[in-house]
Design a protein. Structure first.
Length: 256
C-alpha cells in the first residue's frame, strides 16, 4: 500500500506494507508513481518519502515469483526504471527518511531522491549473491561513483551490508541520525525547502543532474550556472530575495 498526505505544501509518501518490509510488487510500483503524479498535480513545494514499520524498503516483493518464467525486464525495465526516472525529476525538492533495510529497489528509491537522511541502524548494500542475482536499480552506479571499483565489488561479492553510519561516512547519502530522529529531520528539511526559493532549488537540481548524467566540465558547468542565474532574474522570488536583503527582513518566497 502507498499512502499520500499533503500538508502545507509538503507531500509525504509512505511505503505502507510493513508485514513485507515494504517490498514492492508491480501494483505497488504503479501506485507509487501515481502518488508522485498526484503530489505534482497538487503543486507541492517539497516531498518526503518514508517507509512504515521496521524497514524503509527491502526491495522487490518476490513472493509468488517463479524464477522459471520471471519477467525481469518487464519488472525492472518496464516499471522500476521509469518510476525512478520520474521520481528523479519531480518538480520540487525531495527528501527521504530511510531506516532498516534499504535494498534493491528500495536503494533505487533513495538514489532517485534529492536528499537522503538515514538512520544509523539502516542496512544498505547488495544481498543478491544469496539469490544468484545482481544489484539493480542504479546501485552499481552509486557504489562505483562514491566507493570505487574495489569496495563496490567487495560489497557485491560478500553481500555485506553497510550501516547508515558507514554509508554516510562513505559519501553515499546526506546525513545520519538516530533511528527515532531521522523522520523528523527529513520533515524539517522539507518544510524549510518548501518555504524557500524552490525555483532556484530546481535550477540547482537540474545542474546537478547534468553534471552527473552529461559529465560536464568546469567551464561548461559555469556557463550553465550563468544561464540559470540569468533566467532566475525574471522571477518574483529573485526580486523578493533582493528586496528582503536590502530591507533587512526575512524573504517571503512563493516558488515563482
Amino acid at each position: 500500500m502507498i499512502d499520500l498526505t499533503i500538508d502545507d505544501a509538503v507531500a509525504t509518501v509512505v511505503l505502507n506494507n510493513p508485514e513485507k518490509l515494504n517490498a514492492l510488487g508491480e501494483q505497488a510500483l504503479k501506485d507509487l508513481g501515481a502518488a508522485y503524479d498526484e503530489a505534482e498535480a497538487s503543486g507541492v513545494r517539497a516531498l518526503v518519502l518514508r517507509g512504515e514499520g521496521r524497514a524503509f524498503c527491502a526491495g522487490r516483493d518476490i513472493s509468488g515469483v517463479d524464477p522459471r518464467d520471471d519477467d525481469v525486464m518487464g519488472y525492472l525495465g518496464g516499471l522500476v526504471t521509469p518510476l525512478l526516472r520520474r521520481m528523479s525529476v519531480f518538480p520540487a525538492p525531495t527528501f527521504a527518511a530511510a531506516h532498516g533495510a534499504c535494498l534493491g529497489v528500495g536503494l533505487g528509491l533513495l538514489i532517485a531522491t534529492d536528499v537522503v537522511y538515514v538512520a544509523d541502524t539502516a542496512k544498505i548494500g547488495s544481498p543478491f549473491a544469496a539469490l544468484g542475482a545482481t544489484l539493480d536499480s542504479g546501485g552499481h552506479a552509486l557504489f562505483f561513483e562514491r566507493l570505487g571499483a574495489h569496495k563496490t565489488l567487495d560489497l557485491i561479492y560478500t553481500g555485506r551490508l553497510m550501516s547508515g553510519t558507514e554509508a554516510v561516512a562513505s559519501g553515499l547519502f546526506s546525513q545520519v541520525f538516530p533511528a527515532d530522529e531521522v523522520l523528523a529531520a527529513a520533515e524539517s528539511a522539507a518544510k524549510t525547502a518548501a518555504d524557500g526559493a524552490t525555483g532556484a532549488f530546481l535550477a540547482s537540481k537540474e545542474l546537478v543532474r547534468r553534471l552527473r548524467d552529461e559529465r560536464l566540465g568546469l567551464w561548461e558547468s559555469v556557463d550553465h550556472e550563468n544561464a540559470a542565474q540569468a533566467a532566475l532574474c525574471d522571477t518574483d522570488d529573485y526580486r523578493e530575495g533582493f528586496a528582503a536583503f536590502q530591507d533587512k527582513r526575512k524573504p517571503e518566497f512563493r516558488g515563482r
